[in-house]
Design a protein around this ligand. Structure first.
Ligand code: GRF
Length: 203
């Protein structure tokens, strides 16, 4: 089962996938390629260290979002992906791109969606006086951070937390739930049906 992972930064979620594939927590699955829109993304180095093919497609070299997404799509399909995973990929994707991969394109967002789509999620949770925070894995649809949720992880917010401490604790939960969602895919248990995430309970 082939995963292609798109990222723009550190790639700690990518690392969680690499580790899960190696430890067989994600059986019969490989990260076949990592694609970044940033040349200096640390995630590219993580991939290279793990012997994974990488590509960098700089969005600034394209005249439009459509042109960039077209190049991205060609690269993904060149590698061959059963599932496309957004892991800190900081570009908004065009409707055409999203439609092409509908049902096999997932994202992780650092909030308990539908709360706080977009940026600065942890600060917004703190400012609102929330008592819990978390992360959501969801199918990607044309609505930004608005696709059907697959799995969420929650953590308590403690007195004295700031955006950085919260981000760190949420991130460590992300590293568990994201590979788990991919495992369900690889097992053929998870699909997008009538705009809902459906998990087959057989086991
Ligand atoms: C994570 O917080 C994820 O929820 C968000 O981007 C961040 C990526 O972190 N979409 P990393 O690059 O995987 O470390």
């Amino acid at each position: 089962y082939k995963l292609v992972i798109l990222l723009s930064g550190s790639g700690s979620n990518l690392q969680a996938f690499i580790d899960a594939c190696e430890s067989k927590a994600l059986p019969n699955t490989e990260v076949s390629a990592v694609i970044s829109n940033k040349t200096d993304a640390f995630g590219l180095i993580r991939a290279q260290q793990a012997g994974i093919a990488t590509a960098c497609i700089n969005h600034k070299e394209f005249a439009s979002r459509e042109d960039f997404d077209c190049a991205l799509k060609n690269k993904i399909d060149e590698f061959g992906a059963d599932l496309v995973i957004l892991a800190g990929f900081m570009r908004i994707l065009t409707p055409g791109f999203v439609r092409h991969y509908l049902g096999r394109l997932i994202n992780i967002h650092p909030s308990l969606l539908p709360k706080y789509p977009g940026l600065h999620t942890h600060q917004r949770a703190l400012d609102a006086g929330d008592t819990e925070a978390g992360a959501t894995v969801h199918f990607v649809t044309e609505e930004l951070d608005g696709g059907p949720p697959i799995i969420q992880a929650k953590i308590p917010i403690f007195d004295g937390d700031d955006a950085a401490t919260l981000a760190e604790r949420v991130l460590s939960k992300e590293h568990t739930i994201y590979p788990l969602a991919a495992k369900w895919f690889a097992e053929g248990r998870l699909s997008l049906q009538n705009s809902k995430a459906v998990l087959d309970d057989k086991n």
